[in-house]
Design a protein around this ligand. Structure first.
Ligand SMILES: O=c1ccn([C@H]2C[C@H](O)[C@@H](COP(=O)(O)OP(=O)(O)OP(=O)(O)O)O2)c(=O)[nH]1
Ligand SMILES: [Mg+2]
Length: 153
């Protein structure tokens, strides 16, 4: 497992005490669980979305990296709590507070507790595209076929 250091600012003084610092749940975890830095529990009715602060900002400071915010499987599958933006993308030059858009896509209301783990953040490598405009591509096996063009099985 490789680890890297990043600068983080703690914007909410409950973090590290009442609200644990984000952590990997196990040694092999890909996602770092993010917690809700709410002032009070938040009840989301079916269909409601709320932008929840995490109380932290992280500066990745490396354009070869980004972070993605993804739903937690248990919350999403069992309770319908997913992300209002489906996936959150954190740019390497972002220095603001990490925010989690929580969407109750389910049929019943759900209460997010103070400090609850609401989403997970995954670091991903990034390559920026530099486009070279051409008139033809060298032929590939697939060509322009897509959207099920390889058959129904
Ligand atoms: O779930 C998220 C998604 C984004 N962000 C922050 C980090 C990201 O770098 C910034 C901008 O996100 P994005 O580029 O996806 O949003 P936009 O609507 O394109 O806004 P902008 O014009 O600021 O780029 O917002 C979060 O805190 N949480
Ligand atoms: Mg953007």
């Amino acid at each position: 497992m490789s680890k890297r250091q990043f600068q983080v600012r703690v914007l909410d003084d409950r973090i590290g005490t009442d609200i644990p610092f984000p952590a990997y749940a196990t040694e092999g975890s890909a996602g770092l669980d993010l917690r809700a830095a709410l002032k009070e529990p938040l009840t989301l009715k079916p269909g409601e979305t709320f932008l929840i602060p995490t109380g932290l900002s992280v500066h990745l400071a490396d354009s070869n990296l980004a972070a993605m915010i993804l739903p937690r499987s248990g919350l999403g599958h069992k309770h319908g709590i997913v992300l209002g933006n489906l996936v959150g993308l954190i740019d390497s030059d972002y220095q603001g507070e990490l925010m989690v858009s929580c969407w109750n896509r389910g049929q019943t209301e759900f209460t997010v507790e103070i400090g609850e783990r609401i989403a997970q953040m995954v670091l991903v490598p990034v390559v920026q595209a530099d486009f070279e405009v051409v008139s033809e591509f060298a032929a590939s096996d697939r060509g322009a076929g897509g959207f099920g063009s390889t058959g129904s099985h």
